[in-house]
Design a protein around this ligand. Structure first.
Ligand SMILES: NC(=O)C1=CN([C@@H]2O[C@H](COP(=O)(O)OP(=O)(O)OC[C@H]3O[C@@H](n4cnc5c(N)ncnc54)[C@H](O)[C@@H]3O)[C@@H](O)[C@H]2O)C=CC1
Ligand SMILES: O=C(O)C(=O)COP(=O)(O)O
Length: 528
């Protein structure tokens, strides 16, 4: 009998469904990491919310684990790459708590506008400080939404109902979709400058970490109010404290903190600061939704192999799987490469299949290319929902097949079109199984991707490679493989590209140093 552990507090519906489906279930919320590590080997499935941290250590001890189900949206408490390495499927429930979380953000905004938490405390303390708690209307005010995905769009809808004017910043929000939502799409600086209220609804990624920091507070309209019901690391808490203390902003409400549980925090006790203990998803309705969904999805997988809302596994029939498997990896790399080097709003993605791959069922491959392309920007993207997300975001997707082989016997070429022009990434399979990137824009190259990569465009001049090697060496970063390419093969003619596989991640500090090297035009750290 398969056995599942529910490690966080969940609606009793989850255990009920597991039992009804014939899955053995233990409920042990509140375990320490050591306790979890000691017992995890017993289980085939692990169901969590945000409290349990599924670290590489836990995964290393999870000898029988096949699936992790997140009863909620954000999976930043789960080490998905490590789970993938270990063949553990990670699933979430992308929509079950979105309305509830949007409603919490609106509640936090209203709490700030009318000083409700402080007025409540003062009134119940017997003070009757009517004149101290003068508020502001939200009617006619500007709400800036950073991250206009599922939750951000629900917040926009509710804010429009409150007669607010809504601005949205999201690299994936198209002009047409913004118009449909009744909001205005802006760049981040304009959002900071014009918003009376700002609310965050992005996942926590390398791009969004610290998105509201000192520079952002400096750009904000004096007297703005900030709400964060997404993830703690999005707001720099020290900079927020300074902005509140100096009176630069009039208030802030946080549901999420850089460190949770936040039992101590420098912000506690600050005037005009409101805090809730990660309550965004905590309503009866949302908790029943996510508990049912997670238990159904995990039972399906454990009992039948059916996959829904998996973040790290494509769903495929048993017959196609072995044929498509090596191409899946290639498709993910080609898409992931383009996604990580694309910085502005995507308009089109053209996926061309040439040679052998064009004779296969390319639908799942296109889905995996799109998944790779969109994954750097959102949490809940998988091969099943990636085409839907692309459609919703007005990204035009074209699939083209050329049966005849070109330079390679098999090739996947992805061309993405953004506001700033086109980018192309092509890849092939060596020996029918090993993915290689063979062209980036007009530059031929031959690169095997590994977990940590450095992608550098530079002026093709002597001295660059030595300087790069020294900078990495000084930072204790070992170069595993080094691939170089340039548009023409007949001597230096301007630009060149280096794809460097490194054994350690390249942090921001080292990346800044590389970007400052003579001849470097742009360096980016990529992850696969
Ligand atoms: N406080 C709580 O209890 C809860 C918090 N959450 C958090 O809310 C987040 C959002 O959830 P959903 O809307 O369902 O996710 P979603 O994936 O539908 O939307 C996220 C949006 O953020 C955008 N985005 C990504 N990078 C960005 C950037 N650098 N700048 C601006 N926008 C960017 C994406 O394009 C996407 O549209 C989740 O990732 C989760 O961390 C979710 C549920 C409950
Ligand atoms: O769904 C999410 O992303 C959340 O943050 C909800 O967290 P929770 O399940 O309430 O611990």
């Amino acid at each position: 009998m398969v056995k599942v552990l529910i490690a966080d507090k969940m609606s009793p519906k989850a255990a009920e469904i597991f039992r009804d489906r014939g899955v053995d279930v233990d409920e042990k919320p509140g375990m320490s990491p050591d306790e979890l590590k000691a017992c995890i080997a017993e289980y085939d499935g692990l169901a969590v919310r945000s409290a349990t941290k599924v670290t590489p250590e836990i995964l290393a001890a999870a000898d029988n684990l096949k699936v992790i189900g997140r009863a909620g949206i954000g999976v930043d408490n789960i080490n998905v790459p490590e789970a993938t390495n270990r063949g553990v499927v990670v699933m979430n429930t992308p929509f079950g708590n979105s309305i509830t979380t949007a409603e919490h953000a609106i509640s936090m905004m209203m709490a700030l506008a009318r000083n409700i938490p402080a007025a409540n405390a003062s009134t119940q303390a017997g003070k009757w400080e009517k004149s101290k708690f003068m508020g502001v209307e939200v009617h006619g005010k500007v709400l800036g939404i950073i991250g206009c995905g599922n939750i951000g769009q629900i917040v926009a809808d509710r804010a429009l109902g409150l007669k607010m004017r809504v601005l949205g910043y999201d690299p994936f929000l198209s002009e047409d979709r913004a118009r449909e939502l009744g909001i205005r799409r802006v760049e981040l600086d304009e959002l900071f400058a014009k918003s009376d209220f700002i609310t965050l609804h992005t996942p926590l990624t390398d791009q969004t970490r610290g998105i509201v920091g000192k520079a952002a507070f400096d750009k904000m309209k004096p007297g703005a109010r900030l709400v964060n019901c997404a993830r703690g690391g999005l707001v720099d808490e020290a900079a927020l404290k300074e902005a509140l203390d100096s009176g630069k902003i009039a208030g802030a409400a946080l549901d999420v903190f850089a460190e949770e549980p936040a039992k101590e925090n420098a912000l506690f006790g600050t005037a005009n600061f409101v805090a809730t203990p990660h309550l965004g998803a905590s309503t009866t309705e949302a908790q029943v939704n996510v508990a049912i969904q997670v238990a159904e999805q995990m039972s399906d997988y454990l009992l039948t192999g059916g996959v829904t809302n998996a973040l790290n596994m494509p769903s495929l029939s048993a017959e196609e799987a072995p044929l498509l498997q090596p191409y899946m990896k290639l498709a993910e790399q080609v898409g992931g490469f383009a996604g990580q080097i694309t910085e502005s709003s995507l308009k089109k993605a053209r996926i061309e299949y040439e040679g052998h791959v064009a004779t296969l069922n390319t639908k799942p491959l296109t889905a995996v290319v799109l998944e790779g392309l969109l994954a750097p920007l959102m949490d809940s993207v998988n091969m099943v929902n990636a085409p839907v997300i692309a459609r919703e975001r007005d990204i035009e997707v074209a699939e083209v097949k050329h049966d005849r082989a070109g330079d390679y016997h098999t090739l996947i070429r992805l061309t993405v079109e953004t506001d700033r022009g086109e980018r192309t990434v092509s890849g092939t399979l060596f020996a029918n199984e090993a993915p290689r990137i063979v062209r980036i824009n007009d530059v031929p190259i031959e690169a095997r991707l590994s977990q940590h990569m450095l992608y550098v465009t530079n002026n093709d001049k002597p001295g660059f490679i030595g300087a790069l090697g020294s900078t990495l060496g000084e930072a204790g970063i070992n170069i595993a493989r080094f691939s170089l390419g340039r548009p023409g093969d007949d001597g230096p003619d301007g630009i060149a590209v280096a794809l460097v596989a490194v054994d350690q991640p390249v942090g921001k500090e080292v990346l800044d140093k590389i970007n400052a090297l003579t001849h470097v035009r742009q360096a980016k750290a990529l992850r696969f």
